[in-house]
Design a protein around this ligand. Structure first.
Ligand code: NAD
Ligand code: UD1
Length: 337
């Protein structure tokens, strides 16, 4: 079976994807600098899968260390998760975001090229669509983004398109994730945000467990069914499975492929709160507050292309997403600590 290097594989999406890769019998090597994760994740992945993982503590911006990994292993493809992902933080320290996300990717691709490894899956984001009509489709124009984080994703997509245009031996998948939530059903791995969460679902579960007092719903006056914003929430395990399908595709062809990974359905913030309460029996204390700068009223995916070309579709509904989030939260009230 092919050997896959997962950069940022100890993170939220990376750890769930490594579980699915191991379940599908891929050999997995994880590289991470633990900027936003902890070593404990690795033993949890091994515990779920009963398999050993090879690990390197390495920063993707460190060329010498990357070369060492590529010279010690026969790598068939790379999934590049490593990066910084907070929109708010990216407005405060944009240079760090460009350095990590853009320079890090260029560095990685240079080393891949040197070792003639030209199969790459890149973690992109629905944020690249900006102000397009919904549902978002892969062939829509991109780049109308309103923050440095989103810009790094757009720029990397463009760099990778240019890379493929320069050398058609590359086989690259740009995966545009919608809103991943939930956790592995074992409750052994999940999302552990640093400090106060920015994203909706981790905030809800911290309120439910009593670590935060109250959720503020950002805006109740949008032009949507109940006035709150609509997003396409996807179970992280479904998202992880999308990566194994994308790998199958890029390992058997060359080209640059773009896929939305979403459910194709939108839920409002109030619907998410209700789904969480109904599926867990926990009350979520909330109030409606002002809008958050930069939020769009509604977005969700058209997920037909991934279905047609990868044979991938989501399995888990919103109740399962909420249940698994809560299971992880209850079993790990202090995260991995
Ligand atoms: P995460 O922060 O949990 O995981 C990222 C991992 O990369 C972490 O383990 C971190 O320690 C590591 N890392 C960061 N910089 C690194 C570097 N320079 N060298 C080596 N390792 C480094 O984030 P996630 O939610 O798992 O997201 C994974 C990828 O998916 C990111 O690129 C993110 O931008 C993208 N994405 C995430 C979402 C989301 O909602 N979570 C949505 C769209 C896209
Ligand atoms: C955000 C980022 C996006 C990034 C994604 C994953 C912005 C503008 N967008 O997406 O670029 O790819 O996270 O990291 O930050 N909400 C509340 N109260 C809260 C938190 C969120 O009402 O305390 C609402 C938001 O207004 C939004 C919805 O919940 O309508 C989802 O928010 P969030 O989880 O932050 O995801 P996005 O904003 O879609």
């Amino acid at each position: 079976m092919p050997t896959i290097l997962a950069t940022g594989g100890a993170g939220y999406i990376g750890s769930h994807t490594c579980v699915e890769l191991l379940n599908e019998n891929f050999d997995v090597i994880i590289l991470d600098n633990f900027h936003n994760s902890v070593p404990e994740v690795l033993s949890r992945i091994e515990c779920i899968t009963g398999k050993k993982i090879k690990f390197y503590n390495c920063d993707v911006r460190n060329k010498e260390n990357l070369k060492k990994i590529f010279s010690e292993n026969k790598i068939d493809a790379v999934i590049h998760f490593a990066g910084l992902k907070s929109v708010g933080e990216s407005c405060k320290i944009p240079l760090d975001y460009f350095d990590n996300n853009v320079s890090g990717t260029i560095n990685l691709c240079n080393v891949m090229k040197e070792f003639n490894v030209k199969n790459l899956v890149f973690s992109s984001s629905a944020t690249v669509y900006g102000r397009n009509p919904i549902p978002y489709k892969e062939d829509m124009p991109t780049g109308d983004v309103s923050n440095p984080y989103g810009r790094t994703k757009y720029i990397v997509e463009e760099i990778l398109k240019d890379l493929y245009a320069s050398d058609n031996d590359w086989s690259i998948a740009l995966l545009r994730y919608f809103n991943p939530i939930g956790a592995h059903e074992s409750g052994l791995i999940g999302e552990e945000p640093n400090g106060i969460p920015n994203n909706l679902m981790p905030y809800i579960s911290k309120v439910a467990i009593g670590k935060l007092e109250k959720l503020t719903v950002f805006g109740g006056d949008y032009d949507t069914k109940d006035g709150t914003c609509i997003r396409d929430y996807i179970h992280v395990v479904d998202l992880a499975k999308g990566h194994t399908k994308a790998l199958d595709k890029i390992l058997s062809s060359s080209g640059i492929q773009i896929y939305n990974l979403g459910t194709g359905k939108g839920y409002s913030v109030l619907e998410i709160i209700k789904a969480f309460e109904d599926s867990t029996g926990q009350k979520v204390n909330y109030s409606i507050g002002p809008r958050r700068a930069g939020d769009l009223a509604a977005n969700y995916s058209d997920s037909q292309k991934a279905l047609k070309e990868l044979g991938w579709k989501t399995q888990y509904d919103i109740n399962k997403m909420c249940k698994d989030t809560w299971n992880w939260q209850q079993k790990n009230p202090n995260g991995y600590k």
